[in-house]
Design a protein around this ligand. Structure first.
Ligand SMILES: Cc1cc2nc3c(=O)[nH]c(=O)nc-3n(C[C@H](O)[C@H](O)[C@H](O)COP(=O)(O)OP(=O)(O)OC[C@H]3O[C@@H](n4cnc5c(N)ncnc54)[C@H](O)[C@@H]3O)c2cc1C
Length: 381
């Protein structure tokens, strides 16, 4: 059974599948080997018209809608998490924030560079004492003549060590915090008082870097404020609502590839004189993965269809993200089991890398427990 949003996007999928398989899988293998993202990854995606795809044409984007973006995330997710992040850096949390809330001067300043991949963006919310409870952030922006003085620390900010601009949230009114006391700023690379003080990697790909950012009397001019003073928490949550759909699509893409690899392996691997695919224990794992994958896909596509028809995304995105990120974990676990040792050995089949890479989907951009909290809050309202 093949689920699609519409015929146009089914065609786009075919086209992207060909591109990803022919051009990106080899780059994915290089990323695994070297732990670095070669410029070729950006160049190939730019040539394919993927960079900045959600941005309007006047800023160099493709004017694509969210369903189109999600199909692209799915197909890229079939190859490597890094490609889905590149799409996010050029169309995701920070660029979308600038597009929705920025002044025309801010849009002109940043969006053409971000959409083309010439400039890099990041999204800085998390702090050592403020992860799920983002409103507990301590980074403080204090008003000064002509601007704001920033002090504090962010951590685990994806790609911020290489970013030209960071959409950064800071407390501007400690009394109000999430209710009007947090403001979004556009922080530019090289601003005095701003330093990248540490770079972490996770159990996922070495090429995915998380930066710690330290601010010491870092002066940001008034025109670095993104949107209205005090509306930064809502801005961040709005970007995340949108972002959850992209993350979910990447989970679906990864699960799709893992299932495909599992089927292939089950057919080709013989034990006790028969292919694994003839064993009921293996068939049931494949069947469970297919059912869960299709259920997630159908749900996500329905939310996208309703959104394209004008519905607000709302907390449906929390349900989609929860389902998809938990599903890909189970599909990856079965894929490793079906592959046996071949699913665990480093540098061999991509299965073990997928298994590691997909783990963070249940934590990043709002952990599963937080998605459940958002869903229950709406149910109980
Ligand atoms: C790969 C990766 C990339 C990231 N990139 C970025 C980025 O670009 N920008 C950014 O700002 N941040 C980023 N983060 C940070 C990420 O958003 C946080 O890790 C996430 O929000 C969870 O926060 P925490 O890790 O502090 O966990 P905690 O908030 O300490 O939570 C720990 C555990 O407790 C659970 N928990 C927390 N509160 C409750 C509750 N009330 N009820 C029940 N359970 C609860 C959580 O779900 C989690 O399982 C990234 C993280 C990772 C791993």
């Amino acid at each position: 059974m093949r689920l699609e949003i519409n015929d146009t996007l089914a065609e786009l999928r075919q086209q992207l599948r060909g591109f990803v398989t022919a051009r990106l899988h080899t780059v994915a293998a290089e990323i695994d080997r070297t732990g670095q993202v070669p410029d070729a990854a950006w160049d190939l995606m730019r040539d394919q018209g993927l960079l900045g795809m959600l941005m309007p044409a006047q800023y160099g984007g493709m004017d694509a809608d969210l369903p189109t973006y999600c199909i692209a995330q799915e197909e890229l997710g079939r190859s490597h998490r890094v490609f889905t992040l590149i799409l996010d850096y050029t169309s995701g949390l920070c660029p979308t924030g600038i597009l929705k809330l920025g002044t025309e001067a801010q849009r002109e300043r940043w969006l053409p560079g971000l959409a083309s991949g010439r400039l890099r963006a990041s999204f800085g919310l998390t702090e050592p004492d403020a992860g799920s409870d983002a409103a507990a952030m301590k980074t403080r922006a204090t008003k000064a003549p002509g601007g704001w003085v920033l002090n504090g620390r962010k951590h685990w900010i994806s790609g911020a060590n290489k970013a030209d601009v960071i959409m950064l949230m800071a407390v501007t009114d400690p009394e109000k915090r999430a209710r009007g006391g947090i403001t979004a700023f556009l922080l530019e690379k090289g601003t005095p008082g701003f330093e990248v003080t540490r770079v972490d990697t996770t159990i996922g790909s070495e090429a995915i870097e998380l930066a710690e950012l330290t601010f010491t009397d870092c002066f940001l001019p008034d025109d670095a404020v993104l949107g209205e003073v005090g509306k930064g928490f809502a801005a961040a949550m709005g970007s995340l609502t949108h972002g959850r759909m992209g993350v979910s699509a990447a989970c679906i893409g990864a699960a799709d590839r893992l299932l495909e690899m599992s089927i292939e392996h089950a057919k080709n691997r013989t034990t006790f004189g028969k292919p694994l695919s003839e064993r009921q224990a293996i068939q049931w794992m494949l069947a469970d993965s297919a059912v869960e994958l299709n259920a997630c896909r159908a749900f996500m596509y329905e939310v996208l269809r309703q959104h394209a028809a004008g519905a607000e995304l709302g907390q449906a995105t929390a349900q989609v993200k929860l389902m998809c990120s938990e599903m890909v974990g189970r599909v990856a676990d079965r894929a490793v089991q079906i592959h046996g040792g071949a699913g665990l050995v480093r540098g061999g089949l991509p299965v073990e890398r997928f298994y590691r890479d997909i783990r963070h989907y249940r934590v990043g951009e709002g952990a599963s427990e937080i998605q459940r909290m958002l869903i229950a809050r709406e149910l109980l309202a």
